[in-house]
Design a protein around this ligand. Structure first.
Ligand SMILES: Nc1ncnc2c1ncn2[C@@H]1O[C@H](COP(=O)(O)OP(=O)(O)OP(=O)(O)O)[C@@H](O)[C@H]1O
Length: 381
């Protein structure tokens, strides 16, 4: 079968009406570069951040129509945040580099390299959730520390560019240093090497980034950081399915993804969305962690299943994804996290630390039991 081309994709997308039914999304200039890899098509559509929910049908329509092109095996379309609806793409400055550093060229339009790993880094694991506030960052940090406690060399990359929380969770402040004017030295605490957009730019700056800037910032944090030799790099992803997920799926050979969910139905529906997204782009699902699974009363130690416990395990079984473990809702986890002294290092002999170490062991068993993922080549038209 003939190879799918970028022109074909754009021609097909030109049948999709713009956000306010004026013109089409291609002539409005709101479709990103189109990537095609192994007959799978990836692109994003820029919309104003505040209209993202309302414009979900537009994303779905764009995805659906591209699927009808003969030879297309899969499509991943995402919405990316823009400031103004229907405007032509604005100039795309590169994100700020640390003092004395150099900025990346804008990613849009420039030829990009195929998926390649990070030198010295063994496995890259994404920690994701379908929606915010489920405790994804807390899980990512304690999972990273749990992997370290189990004897591995670990780094933590905060890819939550719009709301970085790793600086606070690891109690790290200040700006990273440059090495030889080229590499960024990762920050470090509790023996964990860490990098976060929170170390590089103000949060307000990151809030208004467009997709290509996010991509460029993320790749810089991955590839231009002197990570050294690591067995595993844990990536704290932003919630939901957007630019960062797209970039990670396209450009980074992930060993797999861990999905964090709370037991409530809504979170499970969202978790399913995250699972489906990783499935679509053929990233192995290492499993689901149920966070805030049950409540442990600090005074009596009694357990209360206040959220209808067990939902995530049942869901994991149903969709055929490993269940990695349950983390209780405890004052200790909350207070330690918020104080920047994660429970795995603050109370290593306590029950919560043991739970995270077990989850870390389950994750590592999934990763190490799997042959190293080969990065597929990406075709540029
Ligand atoms: N198991 C737990 N027990 C008690 N508190 C928890 C637990 N897990 C997370 N929390 C608390 O819940 C809040 C949200 O957690 P966290 O920031 O990790 O969520 P998130 O999913 O990464 O959120 P966002 O998507 O907004 O970044 C934090 O105050 C954290 O301390």
């Amino acid at each position: 079968m003939a190879e799918v081309t970028k022109e074909q994709v754009l021609e097909t997308l030109s049948k999709v009406r713009g956000p306010d039914l004026e013109g089409d999304i291609v002539s409005l200039g709101i479709v990103s570069d189109v990537f095609i890899s192994d007959a799978k098509v990836y692109f994003s559509v820029s919309v104003p951040a505040e209209r993202a929910k309302e414009l979900e049908p537009l994303r779905a329509a764009a995805e659906k129509i591209v699927k009808t092109i003969p030879g297309v095996k899969g499509v991943l379309a995402t919405l990316t945040a823009d400031r103004k609806a229907g405007s032509a793409p604005s100039p795309r400055p590169a994100p700020s580099a640390p003092a004395g550093g150099h900025a990346h060229p804008p990613a849009g339009g420039a030829p990009r390299s195929a998926k390649s790993g990070v030198p010295g880094v063994g496995a890259i694991i994404a920690v994701a959730s379908g929606k915010g506030g489920v405790g994804k960052s807390t899980t990512a940090v304690n999972l990273a520390l749990g992997l370290q406690a189990n004897g591995l060399r670990v780094g933590l990359l905060d890819a939550d560019i719009y709301g970085p929380s790793v600086p606070r969770l690891l109690k790290i402040s200040g700006r990273p240093e440059q090495i030889d004017g080229k590499y960024i030295k990762p920050m470090e605490n509790y023996g964990l090497k860490a990098m976060s957009m929170g170390f590089l730019v103000d949060e307000e700056t990151a809030m208004i980034w467009r997709g290509p800037m996010v991509q460029s910032a993320l790749l810089q944090m991955l590839r231009e950081v002197a990570w050294g030799d690591l067995d595993v790099l844990v990536v704290d992803m932003p919630p939901g399915t957007g630019d960062v997920q797209l970039t990670m799926a396209q450009q980074v050979p992930l060993a797999g993804a861990v999905i964090v969910s709370t037991p409530q139905d809504l979170a499970l529906i969202d978790a399913r969305k995250a699972v489906n997204m990783f499935r679509k782009v053929e990233i192995p699902l290492l499993g689901i962690v149920e966070n805030m699974s049950y409540f442990l009363a600090p005074d009596t130690g009694n357990r209360y299943d206040i959220f209808g416990h067990g939902g995530a395990k049942a869901e994991a079984d149903r969709i055929g994804v490993p269940f990695l473990g349950e983390v209780p809702l405890t004052m200790e986890i909350r207070e330690r996290s918020d104080a920047g002294t994660p429970v795995v290092v603050a109370v290593p002999d306590g029950p919560s630390a043991a739970i995270y170490r077990d989850i870390a062991a389950a994750v590592w068993a999934q990763v190490s039991g799997r042959p190293q993922r080969k990065a597929p080549s990406i075709v540029f038209e």
